[in-house]
Design a protein around this ligand. Sequence first.
Ligand SMILES: [Zn+2]
Length: 75
Amino acid sequence: MSLFRSLSDSTDPGDSTVWLKEEHLFDPVTYRCRSCGKRFREAAVVCPNCKKTVSGIRTDPAWVDEMVVIEEIDD
Ligand SMILES: [Zn+2]
């Protein structure tokens, strides 16, 4: 059982996550962990919350919603 665990620890692709980069109009960029959903100011190599290894950074395409809301207010 312990042998099986050590094997899956080194090869399991589910043990990593990515940062979803979120750009804000009036605030600094934040990085959201795709695995646990927590936001951080910096893109660390390991998520401080869920401890998963981060394999890369992606821009979250859903994040343009914030800009749409601002445009509606201006209009
Ligand atoms: Zn996380």
